[in-house]
Design a protein around this ligand. Structure first.
Ligand code: WTA
Length: 637
């Protein structure tokens, strides 16, 4: 498959960028023309950021799976779509061709139909990283059901919140998942979650770990049995449901600075065009290349760059069940070696943790197949960038440091591999179609170079979120109300003397722990669930491997006799309410928190203390009780 919209040179990048700003509609119509539409759109773009109301390709009809599967069958039927590497290196890997994948998706889509799933229904997917996860996602899209994938590390309570918010009618899960030396009992977590979820009528369970599970009669079904049913029906085809460009494709929950996670909504047409365009261009994908993204499908990176981007481009996408350190810290390099991987897309936190093992696990691995490297999820520090460049890319592979968000649907600011310049620590330049601006506190644009500000986007792009599920007002206030007529990213950003962008981190109360987004309010709420806790305040602090660590200041009812035990209890509570990924790295017991006279916690001060900047706390005179700061400083961890 050739990509006529693939940028081939620096000049072409500049031309395309210019065109995308002068004539955005013409620009995106040209890209969208290279997809399979049942019916062409009437209008490329209608928008305002006030409501907000953004529509791309209105009147267009399509099904994203026809673009990911059907249209490739003629030319790529026998080409690997998914290569799957299991957690255990001794187990056999699997290669699924485009034809196999098409058949399996149709089969499972028929399973969903047999179980009453219809267009517009919400389906929650809670599975490990096995090909059936991709099949489940695509099967939903095939019949127009809206998938909501929940990362396997979330607790029963978190799943229940997400299922209730989306009013999902069906859950797809596995008996368990293998991750490193762990065996995660997914089905039993789902059983706990479903106690409070009457909307769920059916649960389909795929066999993976053979962990014993209890199956509830009338509700729980085995994936394999349901497939047999479809086989006895003679494996009927499953025509793709015709979707409107603006029909919902999926919901993905993500954390913000307040309240519970919100369901970011992406729609069929714009998301497809954007995921594909950004994949093909950023990585400069060439037909036949083996592409390996180490993310989990539970996050947006897995949606856009394991499934939809690569498959819509007819690429070969490698899916890995396990973790980079199992059975040893050379696992990713062994996989590169084994499958002759050409493109590796991973996260700074993984690179930093692998750096810690030295070069032993890298030596003797043949990494000569690698051509392009990518990083995503958090700022990459220069040390990690150079290690990646020198020891993995052997100095010959470009690195794309891709900045984007769940809400943006796809990559926004990034080098284009081998075409635009890279700069360690910088996401560099916007892709065509993306118009970033920096603003100050008042929302005034900060012009010129060598400046710092809050990163906003001033014009719509096809992959942007359309709403937050069931609560459009929340979408408006979170992203479009801070600054008039701008999408606010929540990130701080620097533009250097050359006009390159460097993301400096969140400016709101959202943490980025090992590339996972976690709201401080969410962690506080979870800690406060512990019976002995009166109040808590959570901030981030720099962490060598995770990027950011979680620091919790906690007030307990009485002096605890055994602080270590209380800490353990609190960690368990957080695990139970959110999941192990949100467990604080440090818990400091305090007798009070620094508050303003109006009762607002002064997080700025707590952040400084957590970072160890004790002499630089700024003005504390407006505090209700300045003495509490001295106490917190003294007992700092
Ligand atoms: C951060 C992940 C610096 C940023 C795709 C953003 C980054 C948040 C980068 C979104 C990068 C992501 N450099 N920071 N290359 N990529 N971020 O929604 O703070 O899980 O707002 O999407 O991660 O996280 P999310």
């Amino acid at each position: 498959m050739a990509y006529p919209y693939q940028i081939k040179s620096l000049e072409e990048y500049q031309q395309n960028y210019q065109q995308s700003v002068m004539d955005p509609e013409g620009f995106w119509a040209n890209v969208a023309d290279h997809f399979y539409w049942r019916r062409k759109w009437d209008k490329v773009l209608e928008w305002n950021f006030k409501d907000p109301d953004v529509k791309w390709f209105t009147g267009g009809k399509l099904n994203i799976t026809e673009n990911c599967l059907d249209r490739h069958l003629g030319t790529l039927g026998n080409t690997p779509a998914i290569i799957w590497e299991p957690n255990d290196p001794e187990e056999r890997h699997r290669v699924i061709t485009y034809r196999d994948l098409y058949n399996k998706v149709c089969q499972f889509a028929n399973v969903l139909k047999n179980n009453g799933v219809k267009k517009g229904d919400r389906v929650c997917i809670y599975m490990g990283m096995i090909p059936e996860l991709a099949i489940a996602v695509l099967a939903c899209a095939r019949i127009g059901a809206i998938h909501s994938v929940v990362f396997g590390g979330f607790s029963a309570q978190s799943i229940a919140d997400r299922i209730q918010d989306a009013q999902a009618s069906l859950v797809i899960t596995c008996d368990g998942a293998f991750r490193g030396n762990k065996d995660i009992p997914l089905k039993s977590v789902i059983d706990d979650a479903l106690i409070g979820c009457p909307s769920v009528k059916k649960v389909i369970v795929c066999t993976r770990t053979r962990t014993p599970v209890s199956m509830i009669k009338g509700r729980d079904l085995w994936w394999e049995d349901e497939i047999k049913q479809v086989e006895t029906m003679g494996n009927p085809p499953c025509p793709a449901e015709e979707m409107d460009a603006e029909d919902m494709l999926f919901i993905l929950y993500t954390s913000g600075s307040t309240g519970k996670p919100k369901g970011v909504v992406h729609t069929c047409g714009g998301y497809m065009v954007y995921a594909n365009y950004t994949f093909v261009n950023t990585f400069q994908y060439q037909p036949g290349e083996v592409y390996f993204c180490t993310a989990d499908v539970g996050w947006i990176t897995g949606h856009s760059y394991i499934i939809y981007g690569p498959l819509s481009a007819g690429a070969t996408t490698l899916m890995f069940e396990g973790v980079p350190t199992y059975p040893d810290a050379g696992r990713l390099w062994s996989i590169v070696d084994k499958f002759r991987v050409n493109i590796l897309y991973t996260a700074p936190t993984a690179i930093r943790s692998l750096m810690g093992y030295g070069l032993g696990p890298v030596n003797h691995k043949d990494l000569s197949s690698l051509k392009k490297l990518g990083s995503v999820g958090e700022p990459i520090n220069e040390e990690a960038w150079h290690w990646f460049k020198d020891h993995i890319g052997k100095g010959r592979c470009p690195i794309v440091d891709t900045w984007w968000q769940t809400e943006t649907g796809g990559i926004m600011i990034t080098p284009i591999a081998g075409i635009t310049k890279e700069k360690p620590g910088y996401a560099t330049l916007p892709l065509p179609g993306i118009q970033p601006i920096l603003v100050d506190e008042k929302g005034e644009e900060i012009k010129g170079n060598n400046v710092n500000g809050n990163l906003c986007i001033k014009f719509p792009w096809p992959g942007m979120l359309r709403t937050t599920y069931g609560d459009h007002e929340r979408c408006r206030t979170t992203y479009f109300a801070t600054y008039d007529n701008l999408y606010f990213t929540g990130d701080g950003c620097l533009r250097d003397e050359d006009g390159y962008y460097r993301i400096t981190g969140r400016v709101d109360d959202v943490l980025n722990v090992s590339g996972h987004r976690i709201g401080t309010a969410e962690v506080e709420n979870a800690i406060n669930m512990h019976a002995g806790v009166v109040e808590s305040a959570v901030v981030g602090y720099p962490h060598d491997i995770k990027g950011q660590g979680i620091y919790a200041y906690v007030i307990t009812e009485r002096q605890t006799h055994d602080p270590e035990l209380t800490k353990k209890d609190i960690l368990q509570t957080v695990s139970r309410i959110i999941g192990p990924i949100a467990k604080p790295d440090k818990i400091q017991f305090v007798s009070g928190l620094p508050k303003t006279r109006s009762g607002k916690i002064m997080r700025r001060i707590l952040r400084k203390i957590a970072e160890g900047e004790l002499d630089n706390l700024g003005d504390t005179s407006t505090l209700l009780d300045p003495a509490v700061v001295e106490e917190i400083k003294r007992s700092r961890l």
